[in-house]
Design a protein around this ligand. Structure first.
Ligand code: NAD
Ligand code: TDX
Length: 365
């Protein structure tokens, strides 16, 4: 598929987070693919989840510019869009952790709903002033989640793009609110928007409050592996590199106003996943006492409102854009575990911060 119309001057929000930093790295590495990047401005507020170390290897790349700031700062965003003649916004920035949204929902409303609304307004004002050709080529890409569709029972068919919204957590509700503003910006004002709903991502640079890195690091530290409830909740796991490839493809070839579901085709029960992580670590980094890491599994109080199952039907993106995930869970998980083993100083630097200690301490012990 030709990427000749791919945008080349991007404003990426949340580029110091997990998926954003992987996207920035993949995007800058894609030179010569037809989706070359002339400039990538990374706007990130550096909340507890934002980490400049996630992009340390790219420091000095003349195509990458970091700006610390808020997506809701209209003057700043207006300036960045105009000064850098941006032709696409790729919006990752968010409060992203469900447990934190249960402890304190307001930050989720402010960042995910109000912040996205303000970013849309800034983008719309800039887009309105563009010449016709640039106006037609401009894109606003919103990274959403499968969680806006609610929870599936074991026998339910996976979520489609047309599945009605039924968000259950404050996080999901705030993402749903942002999706509705994106939809309205297209329908009412014609802003060329694109939306993706993806399943649980995994891979390098994920903040260690999320299931996979938390379990790997707790295992190595001899801490309990806290499985919520009975561990039968199901998630569909998508390698972050496959997600980034999907975003690139949608950005270059997706139709404005369209929504695409992106899934890993890889449903796993939480307890099975944790057992699998433990068994892989038994091989790669056996415990000093020779016992299995699975001995550290502890069942803890369930997450309130815990969604039973997520699964995505990605027939649309497959048929329309030719995307399918390339990573198998087996290879993806092994590479991911190896990455956390090799990058212990990266994780230690995070877990030593005050924010992380407060939260991670609360979850794991
Ligand atoms: P993350 O928490 O790792 O990173 C979020 C980033 O946004 C951080 O760098 C943070 O500093 C930045 N940020 C937060 N508030 C900001 C603000 N007001 N202005 C500017 N920057 C701000 O999140 P992630 O896991 O990389 O998720 C990225 C996006 O993908 C989110 O929109 C999330 O809802 C969505 N998503 C994530 C997953 C997943 O499995 N991680 C799955 C589906 C969808
Ligand atoms: O310690 C834990 N024990 C546990 O059993 C943690 C942190 C999680 N879990 C369970 C809860 C979920 O069923 O594991 C599953 C995955 O949990 P998270 O990693 O917190 O992800 P989830 O709640 O599924 O949401 C993720 O996927 C959708 C991302 O955090 C969201 O940003 C994304 O939108």
């Amino acid at each position: 598929m030709s990427l000749k119309n791919a945008p080349r001057r991007l404003l990426v929000t949340g580029g110091c987070g997990f998926i954003g930093s992987n996207f920035v790295r993949e995007r800058l590495a894609a030179t010569g693919s037809g989706a070359d990047t002339d400039l990538l401005v990374n706007l990130d507020l550096l909340t507890y989840a934002g980490n400049r170390a996630n992009l340390a290897d790219l420091e000095g790349d003349p195509r990458l510019q970091f700006v610390q700031g808020d997506i809701g700062d209209r003057a700043l965003v207006a300036d960045l869009l105009a000064c850098h003649r941006i032709d696409a916004v790729v919006h990752f920035a968010a409060e992203s952790h469900v447990d934190r949204s249960i402890d304190g929902p307001e930050a989720f409303v402010l960042t995910n709903a109000v912040g996205t609304f303000r970013l849309l307004e800034s983008a719309r004002a800039y887009w309105n002033g563009l010449a016709p050709e640039a106006k037609a080529a401009f894109r606003f890409f919103h990274v959403s989640t499968d969680e806006v569709f609610g929870s599936l029972e074991p026998e339910d068919p996976p979520f489609r793009e047309t599945t009605p919204y039924a968000p259950n957590s404050p996080y999901a509700a705030s993402k749903a609110a942002s999706d509705h503003f994106v939809r309205a910006a297209f329908h009412t004002f014609g802003l060329p928007t694109l939306v993706s709903h993806c399943t649980n991502n995994y891979g390098p640079y994920q903040f260690p409050e999320k299931l996979i890195p938390l379990m790997i690091l707790n295992a190595l530290d001899g801490k309990p592996l806290p499985v919520y409830g009975d561990g039968t909740n199901v998630r569909d796991w998508l390698h972050v590199a496959d997600h980034c490839r999907a975003i690139d493809l949608i950005l270059s070839t997706g139709a404005p106003g369209e929504v695409y579901n992106v899934g890993g085709l890889n449903e796993v029960k939480n307890l099975d996943l944790v057992r699998r992580l433990a068994a892989t670590l038994d091989t790669l980094r056996p415990r000093a006492d020779g016992k299995p890491y699975a001995d550290q599994i502890t069942f803890v109080k369930d997450r309130p409102g815990h969604d039973r199952r997520y699964a995505i039907d990605c027939a649309k993106i497959k048929a329309a854009l030719g995307w399918t995930p390339q990573e198998t869970f087996e290879t993806g998980l092994e590479k991911t575990i190896a990455w956390y083993l090799e990058n212990r100083p990266w994780a230690d630097a995070i877990t030593e911060t005050r924010y992380a200690r407060e939260r991670l301490g609360g979850v794991s012990v």
